[in-house]
Design a protein around this ligand. Sequence first.
Ligand SMILES: Cc1ncc(COP(=O)(O)O)c(C=O)c1O
Length: 598
Amino acid sequence: MRYSLSVFLIAIIPALTNQLLDDPSCSVVPVTVEGGVSGNRSCTHFPSPIPVGGVMERVPASAEDPLAPADPEKARFLAEFPGYNAAIEPLAARELSRLGGEHYLDYTGSGVYQTSQLMEVYSDLSQNAFGNAHSKNPSASRTDERTEEARRLVLEFFSAPEEEYEVVFTSGATQALKMVGEYFPWQADSSFLYLRSNHNSVLGIREYAAEKGASFHAVTEEEVEASIKEAEMEASTERGGGDGQQMPVDQTPKRELKEKKMPGSDDGFAPIPCLFAFPAKDNFSGRYYNLDWLRRLRETGGFGGTLHDGAAPACRRIWTLVDAAAFAPSKRLDLSRYPADFVAISFYKMFGYPTGLGALILRRDTDALLRKTYWGGGAVVSACCDVRWCKPKEVGDPHRLEDGTVNFLSISALRAGLSKLEEVGMDNIEAHIASLSRCLASRLQSLTHKNTNSPVVEVYGGEGLPDGLPEGGVVTFNVLTPDSHPVPFDEVADLAGSRGFHIRGGCFCNPGGCQDALDLTSEDIQRAAEGRTSCGGAVKAKSSLEAQWASKFGGSGGAGEGRTGPKRYGAVRASFGYLSTFEDAAAFARFIEEEYAR
Ligand SMILES: Cc1ncc(COP(=O)(O)O)c(C=O)c1O
């Protein structure tokens, strides 16, 4: 073990050092190292179009520009999509040279790191000593300072006031979501409501709810809207038609079923804990959901009316859980405007490195709600070995929710990653990726088969959006044959991979998004799982499954009839991020046209 580690270090250190020395952008300048040590070579300032300490100046797209590209296709794109940030092109060429000209189109799967970002981390770790923050020594103190600095930087990034929010480090978005599910004070009369289109990592929370006898409800976007409106109307009636009068405490509120009479509480009723979870951005379609729900739910206190399943989970106080794993890399999440109770993120999705690190950002006033059973490591101040006694960290201290030693070296790498996004600017990123997904979707939608004139591609997720084009940087689609049968998504993904396009096929661990876009029933999903080994995998053993479906549904295509021809059991997803370029989108559209338009 020691031998292989030293072989690794012997191999990696000269390689990294050479990279530093060979890189013409490295300057021989004194490096200020924490604790007073100083080095003499820095690669932290690569030549960049980004002014130091500021936001990159977006290069607006303009066809009239004297420097407009000779390529007429690109000139048209620039004229049509002014949100595209051309300043990204030299940055991406320099920072993603490791892709060797291939096209990375799986930003919803994982973001990518800039080479200079790694160099900054390398430079930091190689020149500063970090120890376990549970110790008391200089390297431990440095870890402690960096960890607290990282918490502040994360709060700043999400405009979360420090007095209102805290950051708990986790291994990723999934662990953050799981923690909320596990620690939420479910009761038999609680409800867990979640948007149908959600990642599996959110759906799994229902096991904790069900274990305590709580009900769970998968709701549509329309139902959420209608329920919030209903609750707003009820609240206004309770206030006496909006004249600001308080309802007397002894008057039974409409939603009494979900409230317990509690003499000690403000108005005589204690809220039954209910939770509503939704993704800020849908990882199936790239759709952005209405963040204003967060404010309205906080003001009204909950859902009103009756759901499609007949339930009336009229919780008087509903806590909100936002899965921002797919959203955070593409759009600004301003928690000072949208007061989510819990937010889950994964950092590698935002800026590629480090992996294995995420956060649960939670409102300080919800921390006390969480019921934690296990305690370990830094989550506890003191414990006895032979008596069931311990003194846990206090509510409001994020360490209370962080069992064991946090991933402190990765945490210290966050400032490099966060600054990469901030240098480009989240508003620029939002406009940039919207331009690319809208452009790719419109290109794909315009393709027709020569003989039948039928569409080559069916794109999902543009419903209700301007021009029906997806604006969230995600283009999810299926390729169709001239007789409108779906080409298996895994075949398309495999061929694309062999041609240097890094895309994804399947349902992307979002069964609800997949079901609704592809018209699949729960039964379809369950049957398809018989031939699947992962949520991204192809449906194997097609012949026996198809035979079963054919007899069940009487479908001529063998696999059951969907809206148009045989059902699709997954889709292909191309997703853009802040380092994507026009050439990535154009090359992929050309690939689909050349391979599939007949
Ligand atoms: C919307 C969404 N939520 C949650 C997750 C889970 O993230 P992780 O695997 O990083 O925990 C993903 C991952 O793809 C996602 O897209």
